[in-house]
Design a protein. Sequence first.
Length: 215
Amino acid sequence: MDTTHRTTDQQKPAEQRRRELLEAADRVVLRDGPKASMNAIAAEAGITKPILYRHFGDKGGLYRALATRHTDALLAALRAALDAPSDRRRRVESTLDTYLASIEAMPQVYRFLMHPAEESHQSEQGFDVGRHSAPLLRRMGEELGQVIAERIDLGAGGEAQARIWGHGIVGMMHAAGDWWLGERPCSRAALVTALADLLWGRLSLADDRPDGPGF
């Protein structure tokens, strides 16, 4: 008997069920934002909370699964913006706009991932968002640093410089975007232009890597 085929067939329902549970969690988060609870997510999925725990362990496990789901999608969109066939300044602006557009389109998801309601998480096994959200920003910083290193010739020590830029740009986007989403002091386009102006000095002077896709 082909045990590999059998194992795959056995895994499929669990993978599909997990995806369905994450989709139910997304619906609750879109509705309730930071106040989304395990009880509400279980009810949305038509299951009991113990079954939800069986799939994700605890709220931290569910949070990490949702964070991975949304971070993967965002990173793919950022890479597409960086690889668009246009000049470097336009790609910088497009990348900034892609990030800001994503948090603007789903503010409740963003707030759930970055600003959960303290009272709801304290009641659910002491969930600490800082412990979970910080790795998301670090992952984005590393990914962006890798993209920069692949595309720009920064000379000696270029890899370390690219990582610094990657984490710095992600930190800037996160801090500025968080402030902007809360206060809306200007249009998204105005914020993109201002942030691009801030970044542009050194980026405008660097050469593309001869062996890379360019930036």
